[in-house]
Design a protein around this ligand. Sequence first.
Ligand SMILES: Cc1cc2nc3c(=O)[nH]c(=O)nc-3n(C[C@H](O)[C@H](O)[C@H](O)COP(=O)(O)OP(=O)(O)OC[C@H]3O[C@@H](n4cnc5c(N)ncnc54)[C@H](O)[C@@H]3O)c2cc1C
Length: 565
Amino acid sequence: MPYRAPTHDIRFLLEQVAGFDRVRETGHYEDAGPDVTEAILEEAGKVCTEILAPLQRPGDTHPARLENGVVRTSPGYGDGFRAIADGGWVSLSADPEYGGMGLPIAIQTAVNDMMSGACLSLQLNPLLTQGQIEAIAAHASDEIKALYLPKLISGEWTGTMNLTEPQAGSDVGALTTKAVPDGDGAYRISGQKIYITWGDTDFAENVCHLVLARLPDAPKGTRGISLFLVPKRLPDEAGNAGVANGVSVVSLEEKLGLHGSPTCVMQYEDAKGWLVGPEQGGMAAMFTMMNNARLGVGAQGIGVAEAAWQQALSYGMDRKQGRAEGTGTIAEHPDVRRMLSLMKAEIRAARSIALMNAVALDMARATGDGGWRARAELLIPITKAYGTDTGIAVSDLGIQVHGGMGYVEETGASQFFRDVRVTAIYEGTNGIQAMDLVGRKMADNGEAALALIDEISAEAEAARAEMPELAEPVWHAAENLREGVEAMVALEGKDRLAGATPFLRAFARVLGGHCHLRAARAGGAHAALAQVFVSRLLPEHESLLAEAKEGAGTLYALSLDDLAA
Ligand SMILES: Cc1cc2nc3c(=O)[nH]c(=O)nc-3n(C[C@H](O)[C@H](O)[C@H](O)COP(=O)(O)OP(=O)(O)OC[C@H]3O[C@@H](n4cnc5c(N)ncnc54)[C@H](O)[C@@H]3O)c2cc1C
């Protein structure tokens, strides 16, 4: 079944669950009224359903390839990208001064979700460009902004993010790419970067690389890193893409999925670049890009989960096996019904959390309020890890619903799984996200987490009389999580880090219950879906919290020799 953008569901969650009305009330965003929001989502949905979704299979069967040092993209990708760029979808939230629409990040997140469901490998391109736009807008000189932002926002030029080197993956501070001042206000960059997504393309005039590198005599580790903008072609005096810079694509990775997205090994040889942010302020500038990208990658997982679920539902409602009641299809069998229901319940929870996260970012931007900023920062690792885990879990179930037809390539069910698998790895592995949650994001002694839990408890309390079967378990789960936060804050070092992943997952379960309760209060079938989540998925938070509090002792009691024995 072809993918259909879930505009209706997203609008419902934005309005009824994520609290988008509060963003409107700030008056900060002129174009965020209900009619405009609806029109934008409908229009973006049309592009996804009609133009991008048909590119999903060709991207897989005709991968991007390298020909004489130039990337040749999958069939139709050039037209697909043009549709994204011409519609202004590359960066909806960018500053209107440079050609953006200045829309809330919540709308951008909704559009990212739909585009990822339609064609993840192509959507990665505008997602990285969005991050670059945000980093340049926040940290670059006025000259760089004036030259690059209009081209990136219009999609004439595209953007990449270059952190990883063979010896510097999660440990970004180990990077060795060098930058030397050229005496002319610019720098010369030399080194090799690996795994660079959309490191080149044949559908944009220029590709702009944000590259982390180290100046001579810079201190070791992340403190010594600076950020540079290095275009593939140097802008001429009129600001157009001119002569080639010292940047080349050495090879493309062969990988499990995402075949339409070229993953490049990049070589920089004396390439000319310009500093973004202060010298040795590279990580701070890069974090602007990474926060945006982490929310975007969470939305990627959710988008793919939606597409996998739509296809599984359609297959399940068509395939007949054994004696089943009603329609006589496998969707009537209790185990298949269980899978289809869990998939839908999980997607709703993850999507609601991502939209809540985006709303918190919009509120922080509109009000400058530190509480909203802390809320947004707290939610980023949860959105990223839970959104992508949901993509993997749901697309895995999607294969199971298809039976053998899920394992063969013909249906496309396995492509969702292969494509989405990497989302738990890039943009900081999900293990690193969990460490971020229990480390940096709870360095306030859990204050931001506890403030959110207070709200969850209060709302469950308020809903108790109306729908006790949902409100009671959510209230109890929130109180368990409160204890969990206090316990994590009390743990130190390895003991806290060993519990990071189960703790993040428990947090997501409780947030999911909270979001489903909010949706249920809107009436209709929402309450039945909430019941599925609350009775079948929410209870997992208890065992996850127990594991989180366990500390590292049991893990290290088993030595590496014991593991290898
Ligand atoms: C398809 C694809 C596209 C990518 N696109 C880009 C891109 O555009 N730009 C870019 O710069 N990079 C990109 N990457 C790189 C990606 O961000 C890294 O793969 C990722 O950061 C992990 O680094 P690594 O692969 O070296 O794994 P490692 O860092 O070696 O990690 C291996 C395992 O160890 C764990 N681990 C590592 N350190 C710690 C720690 N301190 N504590 C606990 N656990 C730890 C990890 O969680 C993981 O489970 C891409 C990768 C892929 C596969």
